[in-house]
Design a protein. Structure first.
Ligand code: SAM
Length: 297
């Protein structure tokens, strides 16, 4: 029966492709690629002549029928993204679901993945990790998103754009506390770099040297895998949230929202303050003060 192959491709160094991936890319009837020009460069490096159609974020639903039709006509299809493993912060998930639902086999052809490459080079615990993908762009959402994983004892792995790295490091320190972390940049490329240190030390480094290139950010999980105890964060004045030089701060609105949610679940003030203080690495008294003022405004 015709098969959908999910083929991992290099994340920089073009030698990072498996012999099986090359064979499958040669043998399938059709390659669905995030960016056809990008994939053609890879194919020409290995003298592979193939039909390539686009399959990207904006046409992925429209393309479903074409791919299902090819499979129904007994044609094998390979899905590749611009770099790394398809369906990991890349298009693919919906296609996999539809192909499974249509009854065709889906076969992974494993290879590079920036998250895993960054993790293994970070020096942080690898026995448990949580892949978070890209962080939300706005600080308040990012802080809320981070607070959901603040107590998880697993190394956190996220993708970040260079121009947002400083703001994200700042929010990480504010919400997660001072933790060991690593920034893995430009993996497998000419300017590959893995910087290891506390979130504070990384913040200091990248405040002085603007981050560039593609980045994986890795952060130690909550205790027991966490290497250092966190210094409590402080609550921010809204204006201070925008500054990259500000100390670790947490948006008070986020605290209010968490407290309101816990109150709706029936938490008492003491219990809610304890819980939110732990989640956001804040002093319990400061959180309790916000609890007492919840209905004031
Ligand atoms: N599917 C890909 C994978 O398996 O790694 C990830 C695709 S996602 C759209 C692209 C993000 O992955 C980049 O913004 C960056 O955060 C990370 N990334 C990709 N290549 C990288 C590299 N060579 N070094 C560091 N991070 C990389």
């Amino acid at each position: 029966m015709a098969t959908l192959y999910l083929v991992a491709t290099p994340i920089g160094n073009l030698e990072d492709i498996t012999m099986r991936a090359l064979r499958i890319l040669r043998e399938v009837a059709l390659i669905a690629a995030e960016d056809t020009r990008h994939t053609r460069k890879l194919l020409s490096r290995y003298n592979i002549e193939q039909s390539v159609i686009s399959y990207h974020e904006h046409n992925k639903l429209a393309r479903l029928d074409d791919i299902l039709l090819a499979l129904a006509n007994s044609q094998d299809v390979a899905l590749v993204s611009d770099a790394g493993t398809p369906a990991i912060s890349d298009p693919g998930y919906e296609l996999v679901q539809s192909v499974i639902a249509a009854g065709f086999p889906v076969v992974p052809v494993p290879g590079p993945c920036a998250a895993v490459a960054g993790l293994i080079a970070s020096g942080l615990p690898t026995e448990r990790f949580l892949f978070l993908g890209f962080a939300p762009r706005r600080s308040r959402e990012r802080q809320r998103w981070l607070s959901e994983v603040a107590t998880i004892p697993a190394t956190l792995v996220l993708y970040e754009a260079p121009h947002r790295l400083l703001a994200t490091l700042e929010d990480c320190r504010a919400v997660l506390g001072e933790r060991e972390a690593a920034v893995a940049r430009e993996l497998t490329k000419l300017h590959e770099q893995v910087l290891r240190g506390t979130l504070g030390a990384l913040l200091e480094h990248f405040a002085a040297t603007a981050p560039r290139g593609e980045i994986v950010l890795l952060i130690a999980g909550a205790a027991p895998t966490r290497a250092r105890a966190a210094a409590p964060a402080t609550l921010a004045e809204p204006a201070a949230m925008a500054s990259t030089d500000a100390p670790a701060t947490v948006d008070p609105q986020l605290v209010r929202e968490r407290l309101l949610a816990l109150r709706a679940e029936g938490y008492s003030g003491t219990r809610a303050a304890k819980q939110v203080a732990r989640e956001l690495n804040l002093e319990r008294q400061a959180v309790y003060r916000i609890w007492t003022e919840l209905d004031a405004s």
